[in-house]
Design a protein around this ligand. Sequence first.
Ligand code: ZN
Length: 437
Amino acid sequence: MRFFMVMVGLLVVAKAGAWSNHATLAWPQLRDTPELVELQVAAEPLSSFVEAQAAEIVVALEQSEQWAQSYLPAYAPTPSALRPTVSELEEDPLGTFLGAIRVNPQLDYPLFVQLLPPDDQSSMATLGWNDLSFLEAGTSHIHVRYRPLDAGQAVSAADVFATASDEPDHGMDIGLFTDNHTPFGDRYAFGEQPFGNPNLPYGSQAPFHMGFFHLDWLTRKAQPGLLATYPLWRIDLYQRLAEVAFKTQHPYWGWRFMGWAMHYIGDLTQPYHAVPLPGVSTFDALLLVARGKTGEAVQLVSNRHGVLESYQWARVDQLMKAQAWRAPLLQAASVADTSASLTVDDVAGSVTAASVAAASDLDAALERYLPQQWISDPAFEWTGSGLEERVVADVIAQGGAESAAALDAVIAQQLRRFADALKRWVNTGLALQVKPS
Ligand SMILES: [Zn+2]
């Protein structure tokens, strides 16, 4: 079983960034949500929110802690030194709060929004990825621009929520484990990283952004580390904090926390975040171990995942820049029409079950419609191949327009699941917002 473990570990390391830029993917739906677009909220520094509502925050943190300890089988409890009193939160609001929610304290958590169409064309002074994150920018972030906000400045809740939904990929969940050798890894008491390579820049966020809730018995037995994931805790925690913010008239933080939670929901609508090895059955995985072919299988799955993301990002970005809102792909990302809400139980259940159900068809489509070298050559590495920027042109050149159309159809299905979860989560936020205190 050791080799199987290595296989999963490598896979997770290779692709923990996923789903490209969440704010962009959410925008086709959000721009069409007047309750958020037309809602102006006042930007507020995190420290002033925490200081003002310290008492309510302490209660919410404690409730989330109790919930996580009883609901999540492999949850590592928050050490008592990090469970703050009201006066501790009031004395050092930012430091104490970031420690209490156990996120990376090396980020500034400043006030900003991502520029989304049509604002992304404007010539206003902006920030780039490097102003906001210590991580290297990938293709889907390198050209993105952000607008800094002043305290008190009015901003659309749609922009706040969309921007926040990408923020957990800025490094919030990087370096939290003991073996990541950060100044805070020991204090946070998450223990050693359960899977993924602890030494690679993006690797350490994997257990926070992936969740395998539908594993078969054998895989659970062979790979207990796969159960030690944290996205459900993040969702619950940020939802409770959003509730505090809404109830106490801090709607900016209400929507920003809801956006943080949305990140994990969005990740889990992706088969590659809900299934350790899409397209590989448990039996086949064990066979690969027996034959010593795990490394090759990992490389193939990893390449397919990488190409899928590059292709999807290139198509969506191209259509968004052209503001082609009626294009089928952007329609797929915006047609969710439901008044249902979304709960953590839904995410652990039906949402991720749908991701699992989509995994093998997705893998089969990639195998069929992508150029052979990309999907069946274990000596090839997609990431950094230099092909990312021309992925669409190459698919058409090698497979014809039918291949591109077939891939669009597969991506549309994923975007539909993403948009549906997004719409339901927005409904959840709207309901929290109007709840009388
Ligand atoms: Zn993520």
